[in-house]
Write a protein that binds this ligand. Structure first.
Ligand code: URA
Length: 210
């Protein structure tokens, strides 16, 4: 079992998928190649790893590092523990890395379920997370979640595809005040972002009118 790492009351929570062999070896999430990339991205955003809470959807390593090979009970336990953790303290932002984290942090919300399922399904088919990354979902569903969920691609995806990570993960949080979550802007080139300028805002979830 590889549990959360960092201050339990952190305002920023980063959610990955499940641990790999290095995480099992060290007993901490995100210490391997994905973790190193994450640390670098946090640093470039002016954040320190020790100030954020890092955790996973599922706390055990699946056979063959294959998400589909998890014991469903482990996944169910992970979903429950994660959602309990998220509401335990006031949070500003939950940054989800990859499809499973996005689904797990929003599925408890019936209003979101259909749309998020569509995103996850699409991402399995064609990479929709790369289009929605950086957009605060709570900005759209203001009432539905007690924190902003900001989807991002998983660092492993960046490594696997030889992507320039600054285009994908580099994001910073601005304007948090008076109970407002502020917003994340994503810098760099790539879908949803233009070099040197904040990403386009106002992304619409499929099938909803705003
Ligand atoms: N990838 C994840 O999703 N989580 C970890 O802890 C390590 C790699």
């Amino acid at each position: 079992m590889i549990g959360p790492d960092g201050p339990l009351d952190a305002e920023l929570v980063i959610v990955g998928r499940d641990p790999g062999w290095q995480e099992v070896r060290d007993g901490r999430p995100f210490v391997g190649a994905s973790g190193k990339l994450l640390d670098e991205a946090l640093q470039s955003a002016g954040l320190q790893r020790k100030d954020v809470l890092v955790t996973n959807v599922c706390n055990v390593r699946p056979p063959g590092d294959d998400w589909t090979k998890h014991d469903p009970l482990d996944v169910a336990k992970g979903f429950k523990a994660l959602n309990e953790l998220l509401v335990k303290h006031p949070r500003k932002v939950v940054l989800t890395l990859g499809a499973q984290a996005l689904l797990a942090t929003t599925i408890g919300c019936p209003e979101l379920k259909e749309d998020v399922n569509a995103i996850v399904l699409n991402s399995q088919l064609g990479g929709t997370i790369t289009e929605v990354r950086g957009y605060a979902i709570r900005e759209v569903y203001r009432e539905a979640l007690p924190y902003a969920v900001v989807p991002s691609v998983h660092p492993a995806f960046i490594i696997r595809n030889w992507l320039p990570w600054r285009a994908c993960l580099a994001c910073r949080h601005t304007g948090a005040s008076h109970g407002h979550a502020g917003r994340w802007v994503v810098r760099g080139r790539g879908p949803g972002g233009v070099a040197g300028r904040p990403a386009r805002h106002g992304w619409r979830l499929p099938g909803r009118r705003h």
